[in-house]
Every structure is written in structure tokens, then in C-alpha cells.
Design a protein around this ligand. Structure first.
Ligand code: ADP
Length: 166
């Protein structure tokens, strides 16, 4: 049985992420999506909220499981009895960081392989940061995030703006 892990911050999950999850679910028997803490960024959604948002958007995919994780990704891969990490590549700009992470993960655990999936052309521009910026200015984000979570994103961005006194 081929099991893959798709790690990321998913703050929030975008249509680009969902495209990778859907395609991975067609290629692998099981896909475990894990939401990580990104120490460099203050998140819009908590780790558990991000899990719930992804679960809502992947409810129809019977072989996709979503969990939060706050330790090394390779440990999560082992916990899932998997050997494969799937990552999406949007452009050359993703490559340096992803290649570095793949090598570090290989040093952490040589059994684990990272496989890269090319982003769908129509989502190469898309990132969670773009979504947050657009939502902040009230732009239409229906081309960016799954419809199930559009209201959550607007609501949370508005709450942050109020708290910041903007
Ligand atoms: P972001 O860069 O949007 O904050 P994450 O850290 O949550 O993304 O990304 C998790 C994984 O998803 C990474 O492998 C990243 O390259 C990939 N990814 C992010 N956005 C897209 C997209 N639009 N299309 C394909 N892959 C993507």
C-alpha cells in the first residue's frame, strides 16, 4: 500500500493545495495531510482550525486524512507507516527551499523520499499569502480558496483588522 504525507502550513488551504491533495489521492492509496506550525509567521488560523478547514474541503475524498503535527515531518511520516512526502512546486522560486527541505529530511531519515508534483498551471501564482492580502482588501477570493471556507477567511481577516485597529 502506497501512503503519502503532504505537509504544509495551509494558512489557509488554497485551491492550489487542494489540487495537489486531489491529484495525490488519485495516485496514492492514502494521503495524510499534516498542518505544521510555521515558527516564522503569526498564523491567521490556529493549527486545529486549519485542520478543520482542510477536512471540510476534502470530506468527499475517502482516502485523505488531516491531522496537526508539531514535531519533525519525518516522525509524522513514520507514524503513518509511510515513506513518501509529496510537495507541490509552483515555480523555480519554490525549488530552492523545497530541495533544501528534501535533503534535510533525507539526512533525518534516509528511508523517506520526497516527490514533487508540478502545480496546475492556473494555480502557479497562488499562495496563502496572496489569499490573505486579497481578503484583507475585500477582493473576490472565490478563484483562490475552496468555497466551503470563503466566509471563514473573510470573517477572520476582518477580526484581525478590528484587533489591530485598522
Ligand atoms: P504557502 O506557500 O501557500 O504558504 P504551504 O507552506 O502551506 O504554502 O505549502 C505546502 C505545500 O504546498 C508546499 O509544497 C508548497 O510548495 C505547495 N503549494 C503551495 N501553494 C501551491 C499551489 N498554488 N500549487 C501547488 N502547490 C502549492
Amino acid at each position: 500500500m502506497a501512503t503519502a504525507v503532504y505537509p504544509g502550513s495551509f494558512d489557509p488551504v488554497t485551491l492550489g493545495h487542494l489540487n495537489i491533495i486531489t491529484r495525490a489521492a488519485q495516485v496514492f492509496d492514502e494521503v495524510y495531510v499534516c498542518t505544521l506550525v510555521n515558527s516564522g509567521k503569526a498564523p491567521l488560523f490556529t493549527r486545529d482550525e486549519r485542520v478543520e478547514l482542510i477536512q471540510r474541503c476534502t470530506a468527499k475524498l475517502g482516502n485523505v486524512y488531516v491531522e496537526a503535527w508539531d514535531d519533525l515531518v519525518v516522525k509524522y511520516v513514520k507514524k503513518c507507516n509511510a515513506r513518501i512526502i509529496v510537495k507541490g512546486l509552483r515555480a523555480v522560486s519554490d525549488f530552492d527551499r523545497e530541495f533544501q527541505m528534501a535533503l534535510v529530511n533525507k539526512i533525518n531519515d534516509d528511508d523517506i523520499e520526497t516527490l514533487f508534483m508540478a502545480s496546475a498551471a492556473k494555480y502557479t501564482y497562488l499562495s496563502s499569502t496572496v489569499v490573505k492580502e486579497m481578503a484583507r482588501y475585500g477582493a473576490d477570493i472565490s478563484e483562490f480558496v475552496p468555497r466551503e471556507i470563503i466566509d471563514d477567511v473573510y470573517e477572520r481577516v476582518e477580526r484581525f483588522k478590528r484587533q489591530a485597529g485598522d
